[in-house]
Design a protein around this ligand. Structure first.
Ligand SMILES: Nc1ncnc2c1ncn2[C@@H]1O[C@H](COP(=O)(O)OP(=O)(O)OP(=O)(O)O)[C@@H](O)[C@H]1O
Length: 465
């Protein structure tokens, strides 16, 4: 990266952090070099390096990375001469010829302070993960409301906030949204977001470099700590222990902690009981699997974003409804499908209609085909004929039970991949020949008995809906 580019990035930072912060913290930073993903800056004092590292590192990283550079972390070196100092008072104590950048002979001293200063960087936040772009529906409304409350940065009312739920349901999105909101509304707060994996990595690094004091000091000096995917530390004993102490120290100081996990804390295998119980002390909220309405809302929202990139692309009626209906796995898959559709349609210059959707997304649609279960069929059939589930499964031979039972057997054979013996087991341990007989009977009746044909068709539609 050139000095000129750093100059441009500084201007962008000025807009984000405001004139005061800029003059005090950003302007004195001197860009030195970018090597192996580490951007090195010279700072006038240790204190300043620490402060910038804790408060502005993620912002600087974000700006660097969005400007096309690849930077994993920042390092701050204390200036070996006085040129980087805001005041010129000490200049005379240094040889005039002292190099602006540390010379080889001063490297050892520099790396000592550098190692103290390469303190803690928050993981970069994704610019798309804001509250504006989070679509709220029944399955996530409680998690969203709790996240909003924490993002206000008011007095801590529940600590920690634990967000949990399956893959791709928006946990990371909500955590980043909290961090963005706090950065805008309460820039004075020291907010740290990182994954549990990064927590472990920092911890191990600190142990290796004998910098545990720095580690403890840094983690205990944040105002808001967010740890994503906490299940990662399960089974990693010393990391859990350190996490436990960090957690307690912050809670004691009434600092907000926000945690995410892929399941409820109590269900995380190999997570120590004391960690589990700490996590359960605050507000634990569940992000439920998406429902049709939420998926449709998310798709509509994403279409608006894609439309900015592809203004001339049209989407035919029914396509979004079809996708919301068919792709029920997770939001990431839904988003990916839409991105692919837009890219494909713009390449071939076609409207996004059902044909194009089926062609372009055949693999995704196949993979997310809904699996209908034997139990679901039995339940639907008993509802339809207004009899009890136990009568479908049980031994009664009355015609009013036997016929619905055969319909259910037939549907199980048609709509599931279960074998006849497996179906038999689920129908009260019946033999596979009984199931085969039932299936054949319904096949015959379908062509002779209009009512049965209609019943089967209605049930099939209800099950495939
Ligand atoms: N309610 C929502 N509104 C808009 N976008 C959403 C919503 N829920 C999830 N997403 C999007 O889905 C993608 C996956 O979400 P995210 O990464 O937050 O999931 P996660 O729950 O953290 O999953 P993982 O367990 O894999 O880490 C992101 O691009 C996110 O923006």
């Amino acid at each position: 990266m050139t000095q000129e580019k750093w100059g441009q990035l500084r201007e962008r930072l000025l807009k984000t952090v405001g004139q005061n912060n800029y003059t005090t913290w950003i302007e004195p930073l001197e860009f030195e070099e970018l090597q192996d993903g580490v951007a090195v800056f010279t700072v006038p004092t240790n204190f300043m390096g620490n402060y910038v590292s804790q408060n502005f590192a993620d912002l600087i990283l974000y700006e660097l990375n969005t400007s096309g550079e690849t930077v994993q972390r920042l390092a701050f070196r204390v200036a070996a001469n006085s040129t980087a100092r805001p005041a010129a008072a000490n200049t005379a104590t240094h040889p005039v010829t002292a190099p602006a950048a540390p010379s080889l002979s001063s490297k050892a001293a520099v790396s000592a302070s550098q190692s103290q200063m390469e303190s803690l960087q928050a993981a970069p936040l994704d610019a798309r993960f804001t509250f504006d772009r989070f679509v709220v529906g029944k399955p996530n409304e409680l998690a969203h409301a709790a996240a909003r409350r924490v993002a206000e940065g008011g007095p801590v009312t529940f600590n920690p906030l634990v967000l949990y739920g399956g893959v791709g349901l928006g946990k990371t999105h909500l955590m980043h949204a909290i961090a963005w909101e706090l950065k805008t509304q309460k820039p004075e707060l020291n907010v740290l977001y990182l994954s549990a994996e990064q927590f472990m990595y920092r911890f191990v690094q600190a142990l290796r470099e004998r910098r545990m004091m720095d580690f403890k000091h840094l983690f205990r000096s944040v105002d808001v700590l967010m740890v994503d995917d906490v299940q990662f530390i399960a089974g990693k004993d010393s990391t859990q222990e350190e996490f436990f102490h960090t957690f307690n120290a912050l809670v004691d100081q009434n600092k907000q902690i926000i945690i995410s996990a892929d399941r409820a804390p109590g269900e995380i295998k190999d997570l120590e009981d004391r960690v589990k119980s700490r996590l359960q002390c605050g507000l634990v909220v569940d992000l439920h699997p998406t429902d049709y309405e939420l998926r449709l809302g998310i798709l509509q929202n994403k279409v608006q974003q894609h439309s900015a990139t592809y203004p001339s692309l049209e989407i035919a009626d029914g396509v979004l409804e079809f996708l919301a209906h068919r792709i029920s796995t997770n939001v990431r898959v839904l988003e990916g499908a839409l991105t692919r559709l837009f890219a494909f349609a713009s390449l071939v210059g076609r409207e996004i209609d059902m044909d194009l959707t089926q062609d372009c997304l055949a693999d995704v649609l196949r993979a997310s085909e809904r699996k209908i279960t034997v139990e679901e069929i039995q339940r639907k059939v008993s509802d339809y004929y207004n009899i009890r589930l136990s009568d479908i499964i049980g031994p009664k031979r009355l015609r009013s039970y036997a016929r619905p039972r055969q319909v259910a057997m037939y549907l199980c054979k048609q709509l599931t991949s279960r074998s006849l013996p497996e179906i038999g087991r689920r129908f009260g341990g019946r033999d596979h020949t009984t199931i085969m007989h039932g299936v054949r009977r319904i096949e015959e009746l379908k062509s002779t008995d209009g009512q049965i044909a209609e019943d089967v068709e209605m049930l099939r539609r209800a099950l495939e809906a």
